[in-house]
Design a binder for this molecule. Sequence first.
Ligand SMILES: *Cc1c(COP(=O)(O)O)cnc(C)c1O
Length: 382
Amino acid sequence: MIPLSVPLLKGNELKYVAECISSGWISSAGSFVEDFEKKIAKFVGSKYAVACMNGTTGLHISLLLAGVQESDYVIVPNLTFIASLNSIKYIGARPILIDINPDTWQMDLKLLENFFMNECYTKKSDNELALFDNLNHKRIKAIMPVHVLGNMCDMIKLQELCSKYHLDIIEDSTEALGSYFSGKHSGTFGKFGVFSFNGNKIISTGGGGMIVTNDEELAKRAKHITTQAKSNPDEYFHDEIGYNYRLVNVLAAIGVAQMEQLEGILVAKHKIDTFYREALKDVGDIEFQEVSKEVKPNNWLFTFKTKDKAALLEFLNEKLIQSRPFWVPMNQLPMFTKERYISEMDYSNKVYENCISIPCSSGITEEELEFVVHNIKKFFKS
Ligand SMILES: *Cc1c(COP(=O)(O)O)cnc(C)c1O
């Protein structure tokens, strides 16, 4: 089988994990965690990075530390992976769903701006200006842009809107390690950015996450609260409700080895993307995700649109070419059908109905790429 997207573990992963095991430092103490944090902070250009158990827990803690409360709303795109919304619900807050741009598949900023202008008002709350929803007068505290497939929306425009309307930005950057907007790395545009090292992401630790921020106080709080809020090194004294969300040293060891290979992985991903776009450009009704000129994407997961999605998925999977549909939009899931969904054309659904992801592991061979393309052409008989 040609897998959809599997990690490349050809570097020092085994060596560093062996170091953990022979030294006995497999768990919560050990030097790889700090090393991994430093490597990520340096790579993305943020002052601080705090490792955590996975991307989902990173999003949860970021929302908590941004001061999102139970009665608040958080704005989020309607086409995302469930973890973005789950992290909002863990706090007890509620999502406001925004439809996507049909070409880039990122949150539609025009819809967002119209929503701010026509359906919200600002007023003072806790001595700060804040944004409120006309409908039920609840505070809208934060926005979570999701860099879907490693592409990005206009982050400069989003920053302008958020400063005008008093919203904190928490970037779901879990798919976007190695992606830039106007030369600035994803995850560094707001209060927090969160990365994931799940098995299928651009680098992997099996499971893992990282919170990045430029705020020293928030970084300290993130470390504290993800490690059970123990405030005294000698005593079991805990000064607030904490979480056991730490990343263990063995997994951080894999992360350090993966970071050593990231540049090479990004080059490989870019080649795969270029190859597929060239080879499939006139095949059937295939259309690609649009990437604006300000964005340098990480080309994480190759995905395209076709009206024959269902039949093509079946055809490719039968040929042992592992292919996957896109996420069911959030407004269609039973937990969220009653939430606000800001949309004119429901492009989320159109993209969902037509999108298919095909094999693009960084270690995929040229023969495998040719085999995938050959079969897609055969399907469309072109
Ligand atoms: C992978 C992913 C997450 C969650 O990351 P985990 O490390 O799996 O918890 C969140 N949001 C999006 C968009 C993702 O793709």
